[in-house]
Write a protein of this length. Structure first.
Length: 138
């Protein structure tokens, strides 16, 4: 079911139940569950982005993965007096078997919408937004 590459950061410490509940709440609001490369060709992926990397470093410590700076470019600001407002953000990402483990661990703590995203990611299909999936609209 996949290989954890040698360069991938492993969890630094075991997660407590408290950690898992906090992580589920954080990823419910700030996370993204899907696949790399979009469909069957990729693997499972979880990402979360923040201006302050503190919470992301904590996620990396309990689940593994990497925290890297990412420059978000708002095209509406480019070439205007607001271009200086573009600031780097931090992104935590975990893929493959580690991501699958996080998905399965947090599954029951997440909303129906997030559980559907996880199910689709594990099955290798693109996730449809609620307006295209009537069962998720409620």
């Amino acid at each position: 079911m996949g290989v954890i590459h040698s360069g991938t950061a492993r969890p630094a410490r075991p997660a407590t139940m408290y950690d898992l509940h906090i992580a589920a709440g954080f990823l419910e609001g700030e996370g993204s569950f899907g696949r790399t490369g979009g469909g069957k060709g990729g693997t499972e992926r979880i990402t979360a982005s923040q201006a302050d990397p503190e919470r992301l470093v904590w996620l990396s410590a309990i689940f593994g993965g990497s925290v890297r700076p990412h420059t978000f470019r708002n095209k509406a600001f480019m070439g205007t007096k607001y271009e200086h407002l573009i600031k780097p953000i931090w992104r935590w990402e975990v893929t493959g078997p580690l991501a699958r483990g996080v998905m399965f661990t947090l599954f029951t703590m997440l909303s129906k919408w997030r559980r559907a995203q996880i199910s689709d990611a594990v099955r290798g299909i693109a996730h449809l937004r609620p307006k295209y999936r009537p069962a998720l609209r409620k």
